[in-house]
Write a protein that binds this ligand. Structure first.
Ligand code: FES
Length: 194
């Protein structure tokens, strides 16, 4: 079941851009018994736990479409890229890039190839944190009619940063590629983020 959040502004984020796919959002609480004393002391509220990890069903996302889900309060852009978008992203020489790091959370010094920013065999899916690395605006490019910028990916209208079809910064003041969150495929068309 998909729920569309209304389009009021909150925290600088245009809520109209968000589609939350409420599949199975749940807390990552493996080893809960052993962790109980710590958890009890920390005592996070239920809403914090509920956002620790989420599962997202990708099956409804058609080629060329993108959705945005919320994970730990951040917008996660998920795009089912067209073959030509993938080819364009793969064809880029990393040496041309402003940020040569893949910016995959939990890794360091990983070259910013498209392969390193996606999962093997699942290259059409780009999953990244949709926050401009300049001053934190939410770039345009998720909706069909959005300005995507000269590199065909995403465009941040705040100060004119343009990202390519792999979410790498190509023009403007943003210093880094948009980040890739920790995620994995739990089924052929289902991912777990976090
Ligand atoms: S916040 Fe995106 S270009 Fe400044």
């Amino acid at each position: 079941m998909a729920t569309t959040i209304d389009d009021d502004q909150q925290g600088g984020i245009n809520r109209r851009d968000f589609i939350y796919i409420g599949t199975a959002a749940f807390a990552a609480i493996g080893g809960a018994a052993a962790m109980w004393p710590l958890i009890d002391q920390w005592n996070p509220d239920a809403s914090t736990l509920s956002l620790a990890s989420i599962e997202v069903d990708l099956a409804p996302i058609q080629p060329g479409q993108a959705i945005t889900v919320l994970w730990r309060g951040k917008p996660i852009f998920i795009r089912n890229r067209m073959p030509e978008e993938v080819e364009k992203a793969k064809a880029v020489d990393v040496k041309e890039l402003k940020d040569p790091d893949a910016e995959v959370i939990g890794t360091a010094n990983l070259p910013a190839t498209d392969a390193n920013r996606t999962k093997p065999g699942k290259e059409k899916w780009l999953v990244m944190i949709g926050i401009c690395t300049h001053l934190g605006c939410i770039p345009k490019g998720q909706s069909a009619g959005d300005e995507k910028g000269p590199y065909g990916g995403w465009f941040c209208p705040c100060h004119g940063s343009a990202y390519d079809t792999s979410g790498r910064i190509r023009m403007g003041p943003a210093p880094r590629n948009m980040e890739i969150p920790p995620y994995r495929f739990v089924e052929d068309t289902k991912i777990k983020i976090g």
